[in-house]
Ligand binder design. Structure first.
Ligand SMILES: NC(=O)c1ccc[n+]([C@@H]2O[C@H](COP(=O)([O-])OP(=O)(O)OC[C@H]3O[C@@H](n4cnc5c(N)ncnc54)[C@H](OP(=O)(O)O)[C@@H]3O)[C@@H](O)[C@H]2O)c1
Length: 182
């Protein structure tokens, strides 16, 4: 097998409907110093991916064009605290919808025993966001009330679970009608 190639999901034409997503042969990313190459086993899907697919949320300069802001899999190389073969999940600048992705080794977390790659891949984006905003900045404490608007969103569902786990009283709101198809 060619170690310089991989398959990835690209947006055919740069933007488009779900049908524009294509599974193609492409270059495998090469990790720089301090970066981890991940053999991706599962990737999370977030609202920004849907917007990026539609051409409404371009990746920042230097980030991969390939979609995917979070993934779980095995470390391919040694980097930072990680050794090849470690099971990790990571927050990515992009590129998760692929067989291989690179990430700053500091942005990866170990998988607890018993957690599947699929479950782990859905954690970084929303858990890091809720942790930073609700717990680091908001300093939510047990017994306090957490109000979550857009409670049915990815962020909202995570905020509800983390708020309850922290012993807060959680109140959520959401609108009744279904949103547009993205
Ligand atoms: N996902 C992440 O990891 C992440 C990270 C950082 C920041 N954020 C930010 O967090 C926010 C939520 O992201 P998400 O990924 O959790 O989004 P999401 O799962 O796509 O959910 C979007 C939420 O917004 C609601 N909404 C959309 N338009 C609305 C309107 N006109 N009136 C009332 N409610 C409306 C939706 O309600 P319906 O279901 O009824 O349409 C849904 O509850 C976004 O601002 C995003 O940029 C997300």
């Amino acid at each position: 097998m060619d170690q310089t190639r991989m398959n990835a999901i690209i947006v055919d034409g740069g933007k488009g409907p779900p049908e524009a997503l294509k599974w193609v042969d492409t270059d495998r990313p090469v990790p720089a110093d301090g970066q981890l190459l991940i053999r991706v086993r599962a990737a999370g899907v977030n609202r920004p991916d849907l917007l990026q697919r539609r051409g409404l949320y371009p990746p920042p300069p230097g980030a991969p064009e390939t979609l995917g802001l979070e993934a779980a899999g095995e470390a391919v190389n040694d980097a930072g605290r990680w050794r090849a073969g470690d099971r990790i999940t990571a927050l990515l600048g992009g590129g998760g919808y692929a067989e291989y992705a690179v990430v700053d080794a500091r942005h990866a977390l170990p998988l607890p025993a018993g957690l599947s790659f699929e479950d782990a891949a859905a954690l970084p984006e929303t858990v890091f966001t809720v942790f930073a905003n609700v717990f680091e900045h908001g300093r939510l404490a047990a017994g306090e009330t957490l109000l979550v608007h857009g409670a049915n969103s990815g962020i909202g569902v995570t905020a509800i679970q983390m708020g309850k786990a922290a012993g807060a009283r959680v109140v959520g709101t959401c609108r009744a009608r279904r949103g547009p198809r993205l």
